[in-house]
Each structure stands twice: as C-alpha cells, then as structure tokens.
Design a protein around this ligand. Structure first.
Ligand code: 5GP
Length: 204
C-alpha cells in the first residue's frame, strides 16, 4: 500500500468572486478534502457559527498567534486579520489527507512560499462588472467598504500569473466540477505518483 502525503489545495481570487460560495458547494458534495477553518477578527455575519465558518477571535489573540508562528499565512484585509492555523494543515497533510484553503490573494502568496508543492487555483469572475454587482447585491457592506473591496479586486486580478489553475466562476456547479477535476488530476500527476512509488520500493 502506497502511503501518499495529502495535497494542499488553495482556492483564491478577487473579493466577491464567490470563493466562499464555491467552497460551500464543493463541501456539500462528497469530497475527501478537509477544509481548514481560518481565524479572523471580523465579526460574524448573521448565520455564521464560531468553529464552523471561522474561529472568531479578538485582535490580541490573533496577533499572539502571528507572533508565535501559529499561522502558516495571515493577511490584514479590509481592516481585519484573517489567518490559517498551522497545526491543522500540517497534521492533516501528514495523515495523507488533502487540505483545502479558501483565502485571499496576499495569504495565498505566503502559502506558495512555504508550500511550493501546493496547488493554487485562481477563481475569476466572468466580468468585472458582474463582480461589482455581486459585491453590491450582497448588501452587507457600506458604500465605502464596497469601494475598498472593488479596488482590492482590480489589483488581485492582475495576480493570476502566480497560480497553477484558473477557474471562471460562471455557474457554481461548473466551477465546483472544475475544482474537483483539478483535485483528481493532481492525484494522477506523474511526479507525485512516481515519488511515492519509488519510496515504497525502497522500503521493500
Ligand atoms: P469574508 O470576510 O468575506 O469572509 O472574507 C474576506 C476574504 O478573506 C475572502 O477573500 C476570504 O477568502 C479571505 N479569507 C478567509 N480566510 C482567510 C485566511 O485564513 N487567510 C487569508 N489570507 N484570507 C482569508
């Protein structure tokens, strides 16, 4: 039996592109991916649950985690901290399970530095206009926040080059299927499979 390490998948993309929606739809399907719950200083939105959607924490607590190296990446985004807890990601990969992160682009680039063998997926909107409508229609942000998010989004789109895959979020179902296909393909990659086979053969 070949014991593979898990693969780290990172879904990122501009603000409002629908990363969260794609991620939720993905996890409603049967999947072997393990979702890494982030910590944030943002207040919960209606319906969000601590320990399910995020670990909602105070600023001081998150700053301490950053200082102590407890996060594999973190970003300050629209005046709040967001970060990925290190222990969960490292342990789960060691156990041979795939980990899935859904994070903004600054954080994704930090992960890329620390986990170059990870798989980086960039989700893009069909058009910037549509992105604008989606942000406005969400209706949970003030006008200033919408402007900030749009500005961030324009800069983020230029970052596509740093990713392995690009998925257009035209229809949720399409996008989810594409992400699932990427996961499958990555497991069939020769480099990954060959490395594990060789290791197994050396053991015998
Ligand atoms: P929201 O406040 O809408 O839940 O998330 C805002 C942005 O933060 C989204 O783009 C989301 O993907 C991103 N995000 C969520 N968790 C993390 C994290 O742990 N690290 C980073 N860098 N971004 C995150």
């Amino acid at each position: 039996m070949i014991k593979e390490k898990g693969i780290l998948f990172v879904l990122s993309g501009p603000s409002g592109v629908g990363k969260g929606t794609v991620r939720k739809a993905l996890f409603e399907q049967s999947t072997n991916l393990q979702y890494s719950i982030s910590v944030t200083t943002r207040k919960p939105r209606p319906g969000e649950v601590d320990g399910v959607d995020y670990f909602f924490r105070e600023k001081e607590e998150v700053e301490k985690m950053i200082e102590n190296g407890k996060l594999i990446e973190w970003a300050e985004y629209v005046n709040n901290y967001y970060g990925t807890p290190r222990d969960y990601v490292e342990q789960t990969i060691e156990e041979g399970k795939d980990v899935f992160l859904e994070i903004e682009v600054q954080g994704a680039m930090q992960v890329r530095e620390n986990f170059p063998e990870g798989v980086f997926i960039f989700l893009i909107p069909p058009s910037l206009e549509e992105l604008k409508n989606r942000i406005i229609n969400r209706g949970t942000e003030t006008e200033d926040l919408v402007k900030n998010r749009l500005l961030a989004a324009k800069e983020e789109i230029e970052m596509m080059d740093a990713y392995d895959y690009v998925v257009v979020n035209d229809e949720i179902e399409n996008a989810v299927n594409k992400v699932q296909s990427i996961v499958q393909s990555e497991h069939c990659k020769r480099e990954r499979v060959a490395k594990e086979y060789k290791k197994a053969l050396e053991r015998d």
